[in-house]
Design a protein around this ligand. Sequence first.
Ligand SMILES: CC(C)(COP(=O)(O)OP(=O)(O)OC[C@H]1O[C@@H](n2cnc3c(N)ncnc32)[C@H](O)[C@@H]1OP(=O)(O)O)[C@@H](O)C(=O)NCCC(=O)NCCS
Length: 181
Amino acid sequence: MRLDLVSFCVRDLTASDSASLARYANNRQIWLNLRDRFPHPYSQADADAFIAHVAQQPQPTVWAIEVAGEAAGTIGITLGGDVERTGAEIGYWLGEPYWGRGIMTQAVTAVTAWSLNQFQLTRIYALPFATSAASCRVLEKAGYTCEGRLRKSAIKDGQILDQFMYAYVTPDRATGAIWRQ
Ligand SMILES: CC(C)(COP(=O)(O)OP(=O)(O)OC[C@H]1O[C@@H](n2cnc3c(N)ncnc32)[C@H](O)[C@@H]1OP(=O)(O)O)[C@@H](O)C(=O)NCCC(=O)NCCS
């Protein structure tokens, strides 16, 4: 997969991305906004293991955000299962030197459109902490709707936090898609 955007691209991860990914990911300000399975500190071994894990997926659903010739973040979806199999959760992070340039708004917009089509989805959602103002803004700019506040639904760095449920849904379709059974 490769999506060429104005000043960067979203593309498949490769083993050679591990050094730059680890360098950008090793940032407490990033970790504070993500789930605890995102390591901190973040080593190159962590990046190697993550890239190997993604490579094992039958169809990878996490991609590199390449800025200025190196992987500076990732964006991905987790496909739902069972009765939620027409939906997916989106997650993302970007190296701090590149914040505030509109990169993630473009990436979320493009990956949402591509994933809805590629996986025949009806819904993509995100669960930012209520304290993650920049992420909420990105989702709003990418066309997501805030559907509610999940009170006291997470614990991060010892703090109980609310999360927002943001979602992007496709227009109702009468026919056309062949859903995963
Ligand atoms: C959230 C993150 C992905 C944003 O990436 P980015 O490329 O800087 O995002 P954009 O430049 O497209 O947009 C950021 C928006 O947030 C706004 N913003 C930034 N900090 C803010 C704050 N503290 N309060 C309110 N708005 C804020 C920016 O002004 C901008 O909005 P604008 O265009 O209306 O001015 C990046 O900061 C990041 O990786 N953070 C850590 C990981 C994370 O939060 N991941 C999401 C988990 S759900």
